[in-house]
Design a protein around this ligand. Structure first.
Ligand SMILES: *Cc1c(COP(=O)(O)O)cnc(C)c1O
Length: 454
């Protein structure tokens, strides 16, 4: 182990691995970073360089790497049971976790169906909604409505209800057809318009769509408050209240995909709380295990559950499964994570950190190449453009965001952007001093990335 270095591991890696979401040819000039260990918000590579994990390792980490409390939970579970089939069998961590989730999520969510990753949870919610309408004598309700610029995962069903062209376009011939409503995304609002006005205005098209197609629509699926993979685009909670109301009026399910925004990212434990709504299905993953192990869950209400509950011969059961459904180690990690929330006022403390993120980036607001700095709770995004005033984007081929990423790495910060959108979505154990440092590095990374534009 001691003679391993970045160079050695890179070479071995490139001989046998194929990395996610990566044009592998980039690695001819863009060195990947082999990580030896993590501690809190920090990651150390094999050459002894440390990196501040400003994006929570793809939005999963909540309480830091190698968190002693969560480690303890997993270690203890490991001694008794690593995994057991969840059909016909059960175990203590999964029961306890389901009880806790029912308690913590918006009222009316009373049943937990576990899966093992976010995309799988989305597939479960889509299938359950469709199947519910079949079981209740409305088999014409088979279609789904999603928002422009939405993202719900990469498996074929989840990809079909997403709308990020970069991920979707290639596979279009394989995907079911869905209906798309305009996004309430407030980056697109007219000058002088408030987030609330814009989000209300954008809802009108959704309302018309539902009015016209309610007979054939099973569910609407949305990412509450922040379209994360779509470039951290944000909107006002009023959109969710209006949508809940319309779904009730038209008899359509509402699926809230809080896989990225759940567990405190938006300033409340769940984003739906800010609109005071309960979705028919709530999908959770990512932060669920604090960034430790793959696990996901779909919560729904007892009335919905009852529509599947009948004599076996009626064939109404939800016959869906994944091998690692409700994995005991994953559930232990999740319980360890929830315990972290209970040990101090995390949501309250995060308000201070969120205010610090705003203050630390204040100076970038009028930067000639930053169109907007937007924030929802613990997510803050900076939109890089060619021209601050006209918001003319940089041509995507110039990969300005990638240049910012490369610069940030030289200063010990992991700031992986989404196209030309740089963002902070740090673990909640980041300190105010580290936030200031992050902002200084982000400013220099932006300057480095835009340097060649005239
Ligand atoms: C990440 C993500 C998913 C997919 O989760 P995976 O575990 O990566 O399959 C789905 N929806 C949203 C909103 C996400 O951010």
């Amino acid at each position: 182990m001691n003679d391993l270095s970045n160079a050695v591991l890179r070479e071995r890696d490139l001989a046998v691995l194929w990395h996610p979401c990566t044009q592998m040819k980039d690695h001819e000039w863009l060195p990947m970073i082999p990580i030896r260990r993590g501690r809190g918000v920090w990651l150390e590579d094999f050459d002894g360089n440390w990196y501040l994990d400003a994006i929570s390792s793809w939005w999963v980490n909540l309480f830091g790497h190698a968190n002693p409390g969560i480690n303890g939970h997993i270690r203890e579970q490991l001694e008794s049971l690593e995994h057991v089939i969840l059909a016909g069998f059960t175990h203590e961590p999964v029961v306890e976790l389901a009880e806790r989730l029912v308690e913590l999520t918006p009222s009316g969510l009373e049943r937990c169906f576990f899966a093992d990753n976010g995309s799988a949870a989305v597939e479960v919610a889509l299938k359950m909604s469709f199947h519910y309408w079949r079981n209740t004598g409305q088999p014409a309700k088979t279609r789904f409505v999603a928002l422009e610029n939405s993202y719900h995962g990469e498996t074929l069903g989840a990809l079909a209800v997403g709308d990020v062209p970069l991920y979707k376009e290639t596979y279009e011939p394989l995907l079911m057809e869905i209906m798309t409503a305009p996004s309430p995304d407030c980056y697109e609002r007219e000058p002088g318009m408030s987030w609330e006005e814009h989000s209300r205005l954008r809802f009108e098209a959704m309302d018309r769509l539902l009015a016209e197609h309610a007979d054939t629509v099973a569910a609407v699926i949305v990412e509450p408050l922040v379209q994360c993979a779509g470039g951290m685009r944000m909107y006002h909670p009023v959109y969710l209240s209006l949508l809940r109301d319309a779904c009730d009026r038209y008899g359509v399910h509402l699926i809230a995909d809080e896989i990225a925004v759940g567990f405190g990212r938006t300033g409340t434990l769940f984003a739906c709380e800010q609109a005071g709504i309960t979705p028919d299905f709530l999908c959770l993953s990512k932060g669920l295990t604090g960034g430790y192990l793959p696990l996901s869950v779909v919560l729904t209400g007892n009335a919905l559950y009852e529509a599947f509950y009948d004599d076996y011969e009626r064939l109404t059961a939800f016959l869906h499964s994944h091998s690692y459904t409700g994995n005991a180690l994953g559930c232990a990690a999740a319980l360890g994570t929830l315990q972290q929330f209970g040990q101090r006022d995390v949501i309250g403390d995060n308000r201070q950190l969120a205010a610090r993120m705003a203050a630390a980036t204040e100076g970038l607001k009028d930067h000639p190449h930053v169109a907007e700095i937007r924030q929802t709770g613990m997510i803050l995004a900076m939109e890089l453009v060619r021209d601050h005033n006209t918001r003319e984007p940089f041509p995507w081929q110039e990969r300005r965001g990638l240049a910012a990423y490369q610069h940030a790495l030289t200063e010990g910060v992991l700031l992986r952007p989404l196209g030309n959108v740089l963002y902070f979505m740090p673990p909640y154990v980041i300190t105010p001093g580290e936030i200031d440092r992050l902002a200084r590095v982000a400013a220099r990374s932006i300057d480095a990335a835009v340097a060649e534009s005239a």
